[in-house]
Design a protein around this ligand. Sequence first.
Ligand code: PBG
Length: 325
Amino acid sequence: MQRTRRLRRTPALRALAAETVIRKEGLVYPVFVRWGENVREEVPSMPGVYRYSVDRLAEVVDAVLAAGIGGVMLFGIPEHKDERGSGAYDENGIVPQAVRAIRAHCRARGREMVVIADICLCEYTSHGHCGVLEGGEVANDASLSLHAMSALAAVRAGADMVAPSSMMDGVVAAIRTALDDAGYPHVPIMAYSAKFASAFYGPFRDAADSAPQTGDRRGYQMDVRNGREALRELAIDEAEGADILMVKPALAYLDIVRAARERTLLPIAVYNVSGEYAMVKAAAAQGMIDERRIVEEILTAFFRAGADIVITYHALDWAKNGGNV
Ligand code: PBG
């Protein structure tokens, strides 16, 4: 008889036959950096996640180094917003300042981590959209050079990688050209390629103060119903020169991750977004679930589906406690 239970009988046999590991070097912790001094404030809708001022970043950097996870992804919350999101491409803006501070701190510790800068305008525009507006619509091509300038500002400050998240058409090519022309041909781009217009981003928009003032993002982010179109997005970004392709959100989109894995040779990242995190935290706080086992199961599922890199607010907690299922 076929007996699949033979390899499940003891923990040692199960460990021997396990197909998937959570690679902690493949985990990325998102970090919110805000203006001001001596600030560390919890995001109300994301228990355990904080917004740090630049002078308090060392605390989270040390935690990331101690946990041994791959790196951080930075989101900036500027003091002032305007129509054109100028804080996003200010060479002395919040993200460039944060990158310099993290670099200096790592140098002082003699340690290294990957610093990724999220590139988008929505945290910096007064209207909260991911590009500039023309006639009430997000103008694609007019927004591209601003994204390229933003990427350059982050890279000049020392970012290892940039991750454009606005879903503007052509943004990967625009950033690639700008980086190459400025002498940064070696800096990789992680493209938010298949980013869906999702309700799972709700808590993030509280954290980053980036909710659109009017309308929504369905005119540029992907329609939740479209799987084939997601594969087109991934192929386009690959052709434009992306080095890593991302699928976002994660949990409800593992079909896309699997399909992507079967089509591309590039590394694939998934973004386990704020609403996914908030649901786990809320249920755990109510005593409804076992948080640690749930998080392990979720992270395992991402790697099993074919992700190489997982961006997750659970990264620190999980890696601190270490180990596998
Ligand atoms: C910025 C951006 C968003 C997220 C990452 N980059 C929000 C959005 O598109 O509204 C969401 C991350 C999360 O929910 O954790 N464009």
